[in-house]
Design a protein around this ligand. Sequence first.
Ligand code: SAM
Ligand code: SF4
Length: 331
Amino acid sequence: MKPQLIDSFNRVHTNLRISVTDQCNFRCIYCMPEDMDFMENEKIMTFDEILHLTRIFVDLGVDKVRITGGEPLVRRGVPELIKQLWQVEGLKDIGLTTNGIGLVKQAKALYDAGLRRINVSLDTLNEEKFEQMTRRKMLAKVLAGLKEAQHCGFNPIKINAVTMRDFTEDEIIDLAEFARENSYELRFIEFMPLDGDDIWGRNILLPGKEILNKIHEIYPLEPVQMNGNRKHAPAKEYRFVDGKGKVGVIASVTEPFCDDCNRVRLTADGHLRACLFSISETDLLTPLRAGVPDEAIAELIIENVKNKGPGHKINAADFVKPARNMSMIGG
Ligand code: SAM
Ligand code: SF4
């Protein structure tokens, strides 16, 4: 299939993140407020609608999908959805991002559904800090979920960590050691202004470079060459010189990678966002429910992507925070 999702900067979009719910059993302070208002159930895409829209995206050249949320595993039936997604002709890769809580119960079903790549978010190994970060006391359950995923055979298992200055800064080496010991790939994500409580600020943002330097001082690192499709990956990767795995940083704020972006996002209520920081989005679900033909929905998608801006403006004076916080977009 000839890729058709090309924007005015010649970026080709082949990677779709699908949020299956905006609900979550955590309330991470960098993502959503404690008293979050969730979308009404009727507004959320059914699995059939997700599959229908995915087929249209795949016809337009998308070949990689990541299931996310909110917390995707709070929605019942995600393994079944994954099984059905694999039936979409042309789709080559499916991944899942989760907070890990649901893995003890669901890892096997997910694996049996053909899922192999998962990212589990874990910012700290310290129980108290975990509770402050997620506003939930569930570290043990996440760790058990990671073990279960490994037991089932998931590979790679990536750990996503958002690290904050003067808070979890002192956890960097502990997380690196934890990942090295357990063969997880660790990736640090810079805190982006997509939180629900407006706590974001450069004073708490820990730049990716600083994180890497801290690790490199103790466990020397060397860059991994990113060729082919991997050059679109948001994480810059480094390998431990002693051969014990890899670590990556997603430095969206201090080293934006918008020039290489190949991602678009579908929110749980079926709105297309060409960028995490888009101010405008295209409602695909309403026309889909109204019976608008696939060709016309494809046109809406093409038009949205064509109008994608050159990059986020976090570092610009005229930056405007999107109305949706991260859990409502799908990270
Ligand atoms: N609930 C799942 C989870 O936590 O992995 C999936 C959704 S979550 C929105 C996806 C990723 O976005 C997580 O790795 C999370 O750490 C990250 N994230 C959330 N808010 C963020 C923010 N303001 N800045 C950077 N990363 C953020
Ligand atoms: Fe939930 Fe993931 Fe957001 Fe944390 S980062 S509140 S786990 S959606």
